[in-house]
Design a protein around this ligand. Structure first.
Ligand code: SAJ
Length: 436
């Protein structure tokens, strides 16, 4: 428990308190994953002392050595610098800090309902050390109402503190806010600084306090609102994108059914000043767009009909692609197929929740030795494909051997490869990479 100086009675307590004061940090980042670690490093670069906290000792050890456990543009050099400068350290234990940021996963369960248990565990971790004047900010994508739940945990565990929403007319002792991350994997360091932030407080004073903190390292506008609005803003952003991608994916099925080139349709439709159709693909991957809309559906199942349908349209796309590739393989029984790309989107090495990987795994499990996989962002096939008979190879070799091609990811490396190498092949291009 955080010790208030005025409550100290003997020398032992005094020395413990001064040690604690010496270890007081500007910021504690709870969760050192894809968002937490880059955010911690960017804040440390801005001159604030940051203690990263993670349940994984491996991650804590790596960070303390100035190393990273994830791939993200410019992250390794940044972490090395801030750790060397002593501005970022890591531990499995939460420290006393002025600002606590929570960036832990919020997955969904079998029934697609959100699981905020890791957020609430983070609040339980913070509660014992939260000082008077401290501020807790949730950044994890969360269903509306989660920030209030965090406040509830803190109020229950710290009856000595006046917690916003739980202290009646009394002035709160701490601030609690919600500020969603909205950075794009591959551009996280850049967007952490450049993007606008929406800062939602449990009270106006909470929003103001948190907003002032973000202006220390964010160049974009930091806009104050309520916690509930900020929570829904984040879900709205990713649902908007999912619905728009679903429109493009559905359009690709409609056009395919009618024998029309969807890429040409979209290119020409987008010449209308108020039309901007997104790009169809093999499905929607990653850990955000395919998950977050369910948080809205779960909160308002009767009302969120379009959002639910968009999820279903996008989730069904990989199966359609598998069907098309299987048909190509059946029609040319002696031919090999080159599958281009495994990542969940172009130009990154992130294969988690990747529709391309799901498709390649299924095709490899059914056609093994006929499958040549090209993925410049890995040195070996993922474990699930090992033993299938599929081979990881280069673009040039795949094009020399395969008569069939399935484009699953439009990495720049594929776009810039000589087109004549794929001339004369039977191609199923889920990304429109070779569209005219
Ligand atoms: N995709 C398409 N067609 C498109 C655009 C995307 O099929 O026209 C696919 C991609 O290939 C990928 C998936 O959608 O499989 C998601 O990719 P993305 O680039 O749309 O989004 P993420 O998941 O990398 O990041 C998103 C971003 N949200 C928005 O753009 C509204 C990012 O700003 C968020 O911070 C992030 O989710 C997050 O963490 O929530």
């Amino acid at each position: 428990m955080y010790i208030n100086q005025s409550q100290l009675t003997d020398e032992k307590q005094l020395s413990e308190a001064s040690k604690e004061q010496a270890e007081r940090f500007d910021v504690a980042m709870i969760g050192l994953g894809y968002i937490g670690l880059p955010t911690a490093a960017v804040i440390a670069r801005a001159g604030l002392s940051v203690r990263g906290v993670d349940i994984s000792e491996r991650i804590v050890d790596l960070v303390n050595q100035g190393k990273v456990h994830i791939q993200e543009t410019d992250l390794d050099a940044l972490v090395k610098n801030v750790v060397t400068d002593g501005m970022l350290t890591a531990s499995t234990e939460p420290p006393v800090a002025d600002i606590y940021l929570i960036a832990v996963p919020t997955p969904f369960g079998e029934d697609k309902s959100p699981d905020v248990s890791m957020v609430l565990d983070a609040a339980r971790l913070i509660a014992p050390v939260l000082p008077v004047g401290g501020c807790v900010i949730l950044e994890s994508t969360s269903p509306v109402g989660t920030t209030q739940q965090v406040a509830g945990v803190l109020a229950e565990m710290r009856p000595d503190l006046a917690i916003p929403g739980h202290c009646g007319d009394k002035a709160p002792d701490v601030h609690i806010a919600y500020c969603p991350e909205r950075v794009l994997p591959g551009k996280i360091i850049e967007e952490l600084v450049a993007n606008d932030r929406v800062v939602g407080g449990m009270t106006k004073a909470c929003a103001r306090h948190a907003q002032e903190f973000y202006t220390r390292f964010v160049r974009g506008d930091c806009i104050e609102t309520s916690a509930g609005v900020a929570e829904m803003v984040k879900l709205t952003e990713n649902s908007f994108r999912d619905v728009n991608i679903a429109f493009a994916n559905e359009l690709s099925l409609v056009a395919e059914h009618m024998g029309i080139d969807v890429w040409e349709v979209i290119r020409l439709a987008n010449r209308h000043p108020r039309v901007n159709v997104l790009q169809p693909g093999p499905g929607v991957g990653g850990h955000c767009i395919a998950v977050d809309p369910w948080f809205l559906v779960s909160s308002a199942p009767e009302q969120a009909r379009l959002i639910r349908t968009a999820r279903e349209v996008n989730d069904a796309k990989p199966e359609h692609v598998i069907g098309r590739l299987n048909a190509m393989l059946a029609a040319a029984p002696d031919a090999k197929i080159a599958l281009l790309g495994l990542a969940f989107k172009p130009n990154i090495d992130d294969f988690r929740e990747s529709p391309a990987l799901e498709i390649a795994q299924r095709i490899a499990s059914e056609h093994g030795g006929r499958v040549l996989v090209v993925e410049p962002y890995t040195d070996e096939l993922p474990a699930a494909m090992a033993g299938s008979g599929a081979v990881l190879t280069t673009y040039d070799k795949a094009m020399a051997e395969a008569e069939l091609v399935g484009v699953l990811v439009d990495h720049d490396a594929f776009r810039s490869a000589p087109r004549y190498l794929s001339a004369g092949k039977i191609v199923y291009d889920t990304r429109g990479m070779w569209a005219q």
